[in-house]
Design a protein around this ligand. Structure first.
Ligand SMILES: N[C@@H](CCC(=O)N[C@@H](CS)C(=O)NCC(=O)O)C(=O)O
Length: 203
């Protein structure tokens, strides 16, 4: 089994954090996004969508989509549970993970990809107006998240889950997108400090 990884990019990072939380170690193949290695014919043969991460099993089966990869390992190694147990808990974690993906990872990514000079080759065409349109969406969602975090330690409840991994990666991705977390969002800041201090965060 091997994992095609993409350095600091958010989706490979959330997969690595997930694996670190599970204590799973895998051979990694580094794909240099800056050098556009993911667009090479050899990587396109692994993932025709030319995106990372991608997991290749020993029989050659390829699993892409960071959350699909995480779910695969959740089944192989259920402890610690990061997608939850029981109908309600699983639904609540899924709900928050999707909310964070759709309302934070995506808009931050639109801002980054449509403004950053290093993304010129990957985001064709760059549309600065689309970046501008997404900035208020980011701020609106993190304000909601801040209110939610007033009464609980983690995004989906009282324990650390995959939703916190997606949240950590999204908030950290705001920096290269030149977006700041407003000072008054103290609950969000407290949560971020706690999850960023976990050893897995540096995976
Ligand atoms: N939905 C996919 C997204 C994968 C993705 O977009 N990965 C980015 C890095 S974070 C990538 O490979 N970008 C290359 C490109 O845009 O050309 C997932 O969750 O894995």
């Amino acid at each position: 089994m091997k994992l095609y990884d993409g350095g600091r990019a958010p989706n490979p990072r959330r997969t690595r954090i997930f694996l670190a939380e599970k204590g799973v170690k895998l051979p990694m193949v580094q794909v240099d996004l800056g050098a556009m290695e993911h667009t090479s014919a050899s990587y396109a043969a692994v993932n025709p969508l030319k995106r990372v991460p991608a997991l290749v099993l020993d029989d050659g089966t390829v699993i892409t989509e960071s959350i699909a990869i995480c779910r695969y390992f959740e089944e192989l190694q259920p402890e610690p549970s990061l997608f939850g147990r029981g109908a309600l808990e699983i639904a609540r974690i899924e709900m928050w993970n999707r909310r964070v993906e759709l309302h934070l990872v995506l808009p931050v990514s639109h801002v980054f990809r449509n403004t950053h000079p290093a993304m010129k080759a990957m985001e064709v065409p760059q549309v600065p107006a689309w970046a501008e349109a997404n900035k208020p969406r980011v701020l609106e969602f993190i304000a909601v998240l801040d209110r939610e975090l007033k009464d609980r330690a983690f995004i989906a409840g009282d324990t650390f889950t995959v939703a916190d991994i997606t949240g950590l990666v999204a908030v950290d991705f705001m920096k290269p997108a030149k977006l700041a977390v407003p000072d008054e969002l103290q609950n969000l800041r407290r949560w971020h400090a706690a999850v960023a201090a976990r050893p897995s965060a540096s995976a």
